[in-house]
Design a protein around this ligand. Sequence first.
Ligand code: FES
Length: 150
Amino acid sequence: MTFEPKIVGFLCNWCSYTGADLAGTARIKYAPNIHVIRVMCSGRVDPTFVLKALESGADGVLIAGCHPGDCHYQEGNYSALRRYHLLKKMLSDFGVEEGRVRLEWISASEGDRFAQVVNDMTAQVRALGPFHRQKAPAEQATAETASKAS
Ligand code: FES
């Protein structure tokens, strides 16, 4: 049995979500592993959303927004890009593999690109395997105590 990753996709309403919609209406096939959450702008994606998704069972997280210069809120995607670089650094420090979190620019007319990104990311995360989140120290201590008692 092959591992099928769960990928959470935060898609901006104006470009990427519409691109995903176009992929659907154009009947472009893509991996069913993505669970889409529509946000108004990629700049709305707080890094804690990504951490929460990983903590809640996602194996990968995609953030997708309008191309640079096309954000409907002027600079939301630039904020997303700055946060993404910081988030990547932090995740790397925590030992989270490189390909689990991705930021992509997908316009409303790029249904084929949306499908390609989802397929690429699904293959990449599938190759990485399931995400094993680090347990919080308190959780770890409880688990160790329980295993010693049994
Ligand atoms: S509205 Fe799409 S990234 Fe800001």
